[in-house]
Structures are given as C-alpha cells and as structure tokens.
Write a new protein. Structure first.
Length: 145
C-alpha cells in the first residue's frame, strides 16, 4: 500500500502538475506561449487576436468564446483538405491537463529548432472532428461539417 501511495504521489509531482511555457523567436520578437492559458505574451503583455494572426498568418484563429454552451464549435472543411486552426483563449478559463485528440491533429511547431507541440495549433484533416480533452472528462469539440 505504501508503494502505491508513493508512486501516485511521485506521478502527481512529476507529471500531473507540470505546465509548459514555450519561448518562440519569431523574427526579432521574443514571444511566450503559456500552454495552460492558450495565450501568447510579448514582454509580459497579452497579445491580441490581430497580433497573433500576424505571427501565424497560415492559421485560422478560433476564439474559445466562439464555442457554444455545449463546448462545440462548427467548422466547414472539405473531405480531402486540411485546415490549420489556432485556438486562442479570450476568456479567464485555464486549460491545465488538456490534450488534443486525435493525435494526428497535434502540430509540432518548428522555428529553427524543434521546441514541442503547442496545444493551440491544430490541423483538421478532412471531416474528422477534433477534441480538446481533459482526463477529468471536460471536453471542447471542433465539429467539422
């Protein structure tokens, strides 16, 4: 029993509470993406939708406030096309422990060197729905029509 409790405590300390902030060098700008917030910062100032759109011109920005009461957002896409989406949080909600599913929709952001997957960057493949899920059951869904 002690071993189980020790392992559970170790899991929580090492993996369960980790948060990731990514430092991005885009041009001459040093941008920080806070993974738990889905927000971008420059010099501790939160960037607006328009400023983020300048940084990621190939992505369609979807605001968290655009999701309906059931936490669903409807998106139009062709069966044989991919669409790049950037989720941007314009609310006070946090997203600690959330992951993107299916795994094929996760995007590795590379600018000079591989820094990891930014949860806010999503690729929608054809008509496949994408979910932003928390292991506790909370879920946001992009429904593709």
């Amino acid at each position: 029993m002690k071993k189980i409790l020790f392992c559970l405590g170790l899991f929580i300390l090492l993996g369960g509470v980790a948060s990731a902030d990514y430092n991005l060098n885009i041009g001459a700008r040093n941008i920080t993406f806070v993974d738990d917030e889905f927000k971008f910062y420059e010099n501790s100032t939160c960037l607006t939708k328009e400023q983020v759109q300048e940084l990621f011109p190939d992505y369609e920005i979807v605001l968290i406030s655009s999701f309906n009461f059931d936490k669903k957002y409807t998106l139009q896409n062709s069966s044989f096309r991919t669409k790049k989406i950037l989720l941007l949080n314009d609310t006070n909600r946090t997203f600690h422990g959330f992951e993107i599913y299916p795994n094929a929709s996760r995007v590795e952001y590379k600018k000079g060197e591989k820094i990891g997957a930014l949860k806010a960057l999503i690729t929608v493949h054809g008509k496949k729905n994408v979910r932003l899920k928390h292991f506790g059951g909370d879920e946001f869904e992009i429904v593709v029509k």
